[in-house]
Write a protein that binds this ligand. Structure first.
Ligand SMILES: C[S@@+](CC[C@H](N)C(=O)[O-])C[C@H]1O[C@@H](n2cnc3c(N)ncnc32)[C@H](O)[C@@H]1O
Length: 198
């Protein structure tokens, strides 16, 4: 009998059908943008990488409002197409790249190191979190910032298992925050934002 293996939630096989089917995710709100302004500060043309960039909203905010020279990467070709469609053609836009960050060749990225790496609503889905964090550290410039936005388990009042499953467990939050010289956090309803510095 052939064995069946579950699809990784960090793979294009999981995400591409969702994006192709029109699924969209929680939009950036003003409160979240304000937290980013406070914790990240002005980019001044320094390179930023948004991992799991989805429709590109966060990468566009980094690029156009905060002044980072931003690259957005996503493993779903349909997500990258949605993000790219927002490029107006006038003025510099973020660069978009279809890349599975967990298995792809990081040397294909535009920059060898980034002053800012962001990942919003993505860490939850990385099934090999230690390996994911190792790849982030490899790309983070000295003195850079890793900005993570993730839902924490236990913050919702619902009993819907699908919604309850969106939050990360305490052990995964501890793994995320371990080994950085600076750890700052801010809460935004069910979300927690982490600003991590090596
Ligand atoms: C819940 S969505 C969040 C999208 C976006 N960051 C946002 O805040 O709207 C998770 C995103 O991570 C992407 N993703 C998941 N695994 C990935 C991987 N291994 N490499 C790159 N992107 C990945 C998915 O395709 C999806 O666009």
């Amino acid at each position: 009998m052939p064995t069946t293996s579950a699809v990784s939630t960090a793979s294009p096989a999981y995400w591409e059908p969702l994006w192709a089917d029109g699924r969209r995710y929680r939009q950036l709100c003003e409160a979240e943008k304000q937290l980013m302004g406070e914790h990240l500060g002005p980019g001044g043309g320094r390179p930023a990488l948004d991992i799991g960039s989805g429709d590109g909203s966060l990468a566009r905010h980094l690029h156009h409002e905060l002044g980072y020279r931003t690259t957005g990467v996503d493993c779903s070709p349909s997500a990258v197409a949605v993000a790219t469609a927002h490029n107006s053609g006038t003025g510099p836009a973020p660069a978009w790249q279809c890349l599975d960050f967990t298995t792809g060749d990081l040397d294909t990225l535009r920059d060898p190191a980034y002053a800012l790496i962001t990942c919003r609503l993505v860490y939850r889905w990385m099934d090999e979190k230690a390996g994911f964090l190792g790849r982030v550290r490899r790309l983070l410039a000295p003195g850079g910032t890793f900005w993570v936005v993730t839902e924490n388990a236990g913050r919702r009042t619902t009993t819907d298992p699908a919604l309850l499953g969106l939050g990360i467990q305490l052990a995964d939050a501890e793994l995320l925050a371990a080994g950085w010289s600076v750890v700052r956090t801010a809460d935004l309803d069910v979300l927690r934002c982490f600003a991590l510095r090596p």
